[in-house]
Design a protein around this ligand. Structure first.
Ligand code: TYD
Ligand code: MG
Length: 449
């Protein structure tokens, strides 16, 4: 007769082993293994089996689903033009960044048209009320609960079928009917699985919030990202109290879309024209260059700042933030090779204003001009922008979507554009200066040489 077998399962991450061990090799949790009994291999289990019907796709009926728009444009755009019905979304970010504030504000708008249930699992109803009053988010169709038992939440949602369900936060929910311990990765995964089924089977859009640690790796939202339809990060930029909402995964929209908000005493206010704020900061002093790069669907105008100074060290410093360190080192090498300037004995400090990160080679020309401008102590002309790539042979190359960059830059008063010789431009009201190779860039700094 076949015997039952015992095995050991990690209550944190559900990793299984045949012998008890102290530390889980998967999640590194200590003393997390408990004994579980499983049926022997090959034994027939009584399982319910559903009949599967295979169909051709052209026989499948689809209906155009209208997205759920909040009217808060920065949110609606980032989520892909409104929340997709029946989708499971995760909103994540550092604790205190403003996730609950944003969710409350969005829900208050959505409640004007849709049935919204808000489960606050971290804060008491009294605390939520205080915040809601401060934010003037007291729409009477927006309903709250502080229940954090997920089975009860799901049951309530199945019975009442709200259009939108908020769980703020998922880390504070618990499943009573499971072996995994509350707050563990195992429970989080199981919770996400149940919520996904709820969203799809009952046509409910669900947003769950979750916080990450400073390292962004802690057991939690990161491990759920592959299970949900969309993932949005709310990130902070300390200098202006700016909050950036970024889509990092979206089954129903573009990724890397950015939305900008500013936190004040009345909550998060939309910043529809972030470029206006960014461009107002540009100094056009030696080492400063304006560039543009596309994030999601729109161009962002940013100032690059370079400082080159003769080094006292045997190995000169290269301190770079906001762009890839290698990109700056490479362009410095190209300039040294073709222009015979001694950047290799200079310390180079490089940064991008506003705490942004540029991952695009369309900033190459701007990086070269910033380095040269600092090296020659010569500023570039005011109201100018650099838009071009640089090849290893020192040629200036055209970039894609130039029309979008130019249109945005001109909207904010740019009058001079530096581009590659063979860059096709359909329309520009500014003066266009064209360059074939890095050697020609020296013309811009003749006065200082
Ligand atoms: P919160 O939304 O609770 O953050 P999270 O849910 O991501 O943990 O935001 C908390 C911070 O926001 C808190 O430090 C206070 C600040 N805040 C304001 O500055 N103005 C406001 O109107 C609100 C509601 C919060
Ligand atoms: Mg919160």
């Amino acid at each position: 007769m076949s015997k039952q077998k015992t095995t050991f399962s990690c209550t944190n991450c559900t990793y299984q082993t045949i012998k008890w061990i102290g530390c889980c090799p998967e999640c590194k949790e200590w003393n997390s293994f408990t004994e579980i009994t499983v049926g022997p291999l090959g034994t027939k289990k009584q399982t319910t089996r559903e009949n599967i019907r295979l169909v051709q796709l052209n026989t499948v009926q689809t209906k155009e689903r209208e997205r759920l728009k909040s009217g808060i444009k920065e949110w609606d755009r980032v989520v892909g033009g409104g929340i997709m019905p029946s989708s499971l979304i995760i909103l994540t970010g550092d604790p205190g960044i403003g996730k609950s504030t944003l969710l409350l504000q969005i829900c208050n708008e959505l409640a004007k048209e849709y049935m919204v249930y808000y489960f606050s699992t971290e804060e008491s109803l009294g605390q939520v009320k205080q915040r809601a009053q401060r934010l003037q988010c007291t729409h009477d169709k927006l309903l709250f609960s502080d229940q954090s038992n997920l089975e009860s939440i799901i049951q309530t949602a199945q019975e009442h079928k709200p259009d939108i369900l908020i769980i703020d936060s998922i880390q504070n929910c618990y499943l009573a009917d499971t072996q995994a311990i509350p707050g563990s990765i195992g429970q989080l995964r199981e919770s996400a699985f149940h919520l996904m089924r709820l969203a799809k089977e009952h046509d409910i859009s669900i947003i769950i919030s979750g916080h990450i640690t400073k390292e962004g790796t802690m057991a939690g939202p990161k491990t759920l990202e592959h299970m949900v339809d969309a993932v949005f990060y709310l990130q902070g930029e300390d200098r202006w109290q700016t909050r950036v909402l970024r889509s990092v995964k979206n089954r129903f929209g573009t990724i890397n879309e950015l939305g900008f908000f500013q936190m004040d005493e009345h909550g998060l206010q939309e910043v529809p024209n972030i470029n206006q704020q960014l461009i107002a900061e540009i100094s056009y002093s030696p080492g400063s260059v304006l560039v543009s790069f596309i994030e999601g669907s729109r161009p962002i105008l940013l100032e690059l700042q370079a400082l080159t100074i003769e080094s006292k060290l045997a190995i000169p410093q290269r301190v770079v933030s906001g762009v890839d360190h290698k990109q700056v080192v490479l362009i410095a090498a190209i300039l040294q090779k073709y222009l015979h300037i001694k950047l290799s004995v200079h310390d180079i400090f490089f940064k991008v204003s506003g705490g942004f990160k540029i991952k695009s080679s369309c900033a190459d020309l701007g990086i070269a001009l910033a380095l040269l401008s600092s090296y020659f102590q010569q500023p570039l002309p005011e109201k100018s922008i650099a838009l071009g790539e640089i090849s290893l042979t020192g040629q200036i190359k055209p970039i894609n979507q130039i029309g979008m960059h130019i249109h945005e830059a001109e909207k904010f008063g740019i009058e001079q554009i530096f581009v590659a010789k063979n860059q096709q431009i359909e329309r520009a009201n500014s003066t266009v200066k064209r360059f074939t190779n890095v050697y020609e860039l020296l013309k811009l700094f003749e006065a200082g040489q």
